[in-house]
Design a binder for this molecule. Structure first.
Ligand code: SAM
Length: 197
């Protein structure tokens, strides 16, 4: 895959898809599209009858994302809309899920609450514990989300080894790079676009 921005790897994409409950037919908003790696995972999860709107502020990265997604699916995907510009600029409402992989998701919690349907979920993927703490605080302070869950993802492989007849040994390294999602659920009563500025 040609890369502009750093991509989301499978260990983290799997967590995002599973724990943010990205389901077939879901209406999902994503920012930023970056290189389009997470867009491919999200499109696989929502399928042809869902929708994914991906915002990317950098036209050069948007071009790379568009080429990567088209190469991955072998054609343009019917559920995908790529918007070159700032997250939320076209007034989306009623989204089931919002997935943010960007430097400062805490600046966008109000926009996110306005985009989500009641009961919708936001999943923020950040690279450092400092970003994670700031994201969790912003979601709490925004007031329209249930208590956020936060975690780090580490993955250790296992190698089949002959160990006195049978057994598995863990391999030496743990893959733990930039994989710290945080997640909040929009409050049923307050998450509509009308109540959040
Ligand atoms: C780490 S990259 C995303 C990588 C992507 N998830 C992937 O797997 O290929 C972050 C991207 O967010 C974009 N971005 C940051 N703030 C944004 C905003 N407010 N609106 C739209 N895009 C934004 C950046 O230009 C950058 O391309």
């Amino acid at each position: 895959m040609v890369r502009g921005a750093a991509v989301v790897y499978p260990k983290d994409a799997a967590q995002i898809i599973g724990l943010a409950d990205i389901f077939p037919g879901a209406h999902v908003v994503e920012a930023g599209a970056g290189s389009g790696a997470l867009s491919c995972w999200l499109l696989r999860a929502v399928g042809d009858h869902g929708s994914l709107t991906s915002f990317e502020r950098r036209p050069d990265f948007a071009e790379i994302a568009a080429a990567n997604v088209e190469r991955y699916f072998g054609a343009s995907h019917p559920a995908w809309r790529l918007v070159v510009g700032e997250l939320g600029q076209d007034g989306i409402t009623g989204a089931d899920r919002v997935v943010l992989d960007m430097l400062a998701p805490w600046d966008h919690v109000g926009t996110t609450a306005a985009m989500l349907a009641p009961g919708g979920v936001v999943c923020c993927y950040v690279a450092t514990v400092t970003q994670l703490a700031r994201t969790v605080s912003a979601l709490r302070d925004q007031g329209n989300f249930a208590e956020p869950a936060a975690w780090e993802t580490l993955q250790r492989g296992a190698e089949a080894e002959l160990l006195r007849g049978a057994g598995m040994l863990p391999v030496g390294g743990v893959m733990g790079d930039a994989g710290i999602p945080g997640e909040g659920v929009a409050d049923e009563a307050e998450a509509s676009g009308e109540t959040v500025g």
